[in-house]
Design a protein around this ligand. Structure first.
Ligand code: GCW
Length: 680
């Protein structure tokens, strides 16, 4: 049955004609040294399984080239034949690879080569992707290399198997049975991640329990690390800053205290004894009630360096999150992380990387890029995207996040003049940093389809692909994904692509149009709640963000307001501060405007707001119709579940619009513009 379990490792037979084209090119597989190396063995079995499934005929695994149609997978060290080809591997680093058509001893074939086994692994998966996307392998010459070093998933998984902001079932980590029982799912998880280039995973929630650092849990993490190792995936842990007190018996976690320093060193040694390639710590400190260095009057840099020094001898890193905003701080929440961190530029040790969410508030359907990007020349910054859709309709709404990731990565910070894109901050090229990273908050759980819906799998997929190559377009990745996930049928591809590319803007339109943000219901963040204004922390109230009253709506972040615009480089600040220059998609993020303000479309602001809510509803309805038109192209199981979810989305888009428009009407006292769809 097509239950979605296989993700993009779905090796169902290709169309007959395609199979016949490929078969003569894929007769033999040669992987010298595979018996001695778990990694090579892994590659061999994946290729046999993949090619065997896609072509309905497994290639013969052999030791010698016997004719045309061989695929030789080897490093120059593991194969004299590859060595003799003198292929250009110099610039490819230890994760890059080369796939090339070659003639060896008169026989035509393909070589997949790299400087390391990890490179071969990625090359092998890329090769399978060529087949899955029906790309010709007759004359290939492809080289690939990741642009970003740390490409990680962040699991917000708790030790009791609940998942914070997880909508796909329980955590896949069965902590109770680990380390003794190794669920085969761990291997499939590693395969799926390796296939898209992810090379690390943070196992536990950033709202961390100190227990995850106790011997009992470290043994469990070590067991997972062992499963993941042949797939090039390292394990990382979220560390609770107060762990020395909670599990270490100390009376303080002050970074200046020598005993605290010794405790972390001892803990790091203990971890590395169990997990020799342990990646490092992710830390949420002094954020939303979590402990941190500021509890002792120390800075984020002092806190981060404490942990970094413990990991340094073994090459570990600290990913220190910048998601901070303080209770009772009257400063605009959008400004607080920058205010806290930018003055610390230059004070972080060289194995610290600061992890910054894509936008300055919190994973909203649309935000401007975070002002810290570009603003800390001496500190490596890594991107944190959310793959799980906390604020975009959980697992039930279709929202393909590729366009959102692309929008943020391509945004120009102007930090060093035009072309200083967020990508160039994250890939290290803007300021010449070697330590680079990108993290995605996972949408993975123990549901059969891993992510709660088929289309949600695309968000995990596009995150990985863009982490490897941030220049990819959301569209090309979506096309690959559709081919791999469903089929090569042109109607399916056309309509599927339209659906995916329209979906995120639809969510923006029916939830938070025109740069509005954080209008979701309290706590769970599902469904509308723009009327909420009485929560204890002002910055948790939707009213804090929309500031709507009889006269107008929006958050003034210009010089007349919070002046958050000043945290951006001058050309960006000027654009954001300009009502006409900012663009209507971010208008109310930066401006408070009267209801009759004329926007670019020619409508007044109130009319445009209602128009966009209506547009979102119409698109959600259209997604449903488009999907139904594909019924004959999709297996019943995935068709039906998706159809049901799209019905939920269409219904809830109306819920969002009707509740939001009614609320803003009650505040503005305005009548529905002529021609708008009436709330039903
Ligand atoms: O988006 C918010 C979530 C919290 C989360 C926090 C964070 C892990 O509502 O659930 O906590 O962000 O990123 O730390």
């Amino acid at each position: 049955a097509e239950d979605g379990y296989d993700l993009w490792l779905r090796y169902q037979p290709l169309e007959q004609e395609t199979r016949h084209q490929y078969r003569p090119q894929l007769r033999q597989l040669l992987i010298p040294g595979r018996e001695q190396s778990p990694a090579l063995n892994t590659i061999a079995s994946e290729l046999v399984r993949g090619v065997g499934g896609l072509l309905e005929r497994a290639p013969a695994v052999s030791e010698h080239i016997r004719g045309d149609g061989f695929v030789l997978v080897a490093t120059p060290q593991s194969s004299p034949l590859v060595r003799a080809e003198k292929l250009p591997l110099k610039g490819l680093g230890d994760e890059g690879y080369l796939i090339r058509s070659v003639k060896i001893r008169g026989h035509q074939g393909t070589v997949i080569t790299a400087n390391s086994e990890r490179g071969l692994l990625y090359g092998g998966f890329h090769f399978l992707r060529l087949l899955q996307t029906r790309t010709s392998i007759a004359e290939v010459d492809i080289s690939g290399q990741p642009r970003i070093g740390l490409r990680l998933l962040n699991h917000w998984d708790n030790l009791d198997r609940t998942v914070e902001r997880g909508y796909a079932g329980q955590s896949i980590w069965d902590w109770w049975n680990l380390p003794d029982v190794l669920d085969p799912r761990y291997t499939d998880y590693a395969r799926a991640n390796a296939a898209i280039g992810i090379n690390g995973t943070v196992l536990n929630n950033v709202n961390a329990s100190a227990d995850s650092l106790t011997p009992r849990y470290l043994a469990k993490a070590a067991a997972l690390a062992e499963v993941f190792r042949p797939y090039g995936i390292r394990v990382y842990l979220s560390a609770r800053f107060s762990a020395p007190v909670e599990i270490g018996g100390l009376t303080t976690a002050d970074p200046k205290d020598p005993e605290v320093q010794r405790w972390w060193q001892g803990k790091a040694d203990e971890i590395y004894r169990l997990i020799p390639d342990f990646g490092g710590f992710l830390v949420k400190a002094n954020s939303e009630g979590q402990p941190g260095p500021q509890d002792y009057g120390r800075s984020h840099a002092e806190g981060a360096n404490l942990l970094a020094r413990a990991l340094k001898p073994r090459g570990g890193v600290v990913m220190w999150r910048a998601f901070v905003y303080q209770q009772d701080n009257p400063e605009d929440r959008a400004k607080q992380a920058y205010s806290d961190f930018v003055p610390l530029d230059g004070q972080f040790d060289d194995n610290v990387i600061v992890q910054v969410k894509n936008g300055p508030i919190d994973f909203q359907p649309r935000e401007p890029f975070h002002p810290m990007f570009g603003a800390m020349a001496k500190t490596p910054l890594m991107m944190e995207f959310q793959i799980t859709k906390e604020y975009l309709g959980f697992a039930s709404h279709l929202a393909y996040l590729g366009p959102m990731y692309e929008e943020v990565l391509k945004a120009d910070t102007f930090a060093r003049g035009a072309g200083s894109t967020v990508t160039r901050v994250v890939d290290g090229s803007l300021y010449g940093h070697r330590l680079t990273g990108i993290a995605g908050v996972a949408n993975i759980g123990s549901d059969r389809d891993w992510s709660g819906s088929t289309f949600n799998q695309a968000n995990w997929y596009v995150f990985g692909r863009m982490a490897w190559n941030p220049d990819l377009s959301a569209e090309e990745v979506a096309r690959d994904w559709l081919k791999i996930t469903f089929s090569n049928n042109p109607t399916l591809l056309d309509i599927g692509l339209e659906m995916m590319l329209a979906s995120r803007q639809a969510v923006v339109d029916y939830m938070t149009p025109l740069g509005l943000a954080h209008l979701m219901a309290t706590g769970h963040h599902y469904g509308p709640g723009p009327w909420v204004s009485d929560l204890a922390r002002p910055e948790w109230n939707p009213a804090y963000y929309h500031r709507a009253d009889r006269n107008g709506i929006g958050f003034d972040r210009t010089g007349d307001g919070s002046n958050a615009v000043a945290q951006y480089a001058a050309p960006v600040a000027a654009r954001f501060a300009s009502r006409s220059g900012v663009g209507d998609d971010l208008l109310l993020w930066f401006h408070h405007l009267p209801w009759d303000y004329p926007v670019a479309s020619g409508r007044d602001l109130w009319g445009e707001l209602v128009y966009r809510y209506d547009r979102g509803v119409a698109t959600a309805q259209n997604l449903q119709d488009q999907w139904h038109s594909l019924e004959n192209h999709i297996d019943p199981e995935r068709f039906d579940k998706t159809a049901r979810l799209l019905a939920v989305q269409a219904r809830e888009a109306k819920w969002w619009r009707d509740a939001s428009v009614a609320y803003f009407q009650s505040v503005s006292g305005r009548r529905l513009p002529a021609g708008s769809a009436q709330p039903s």
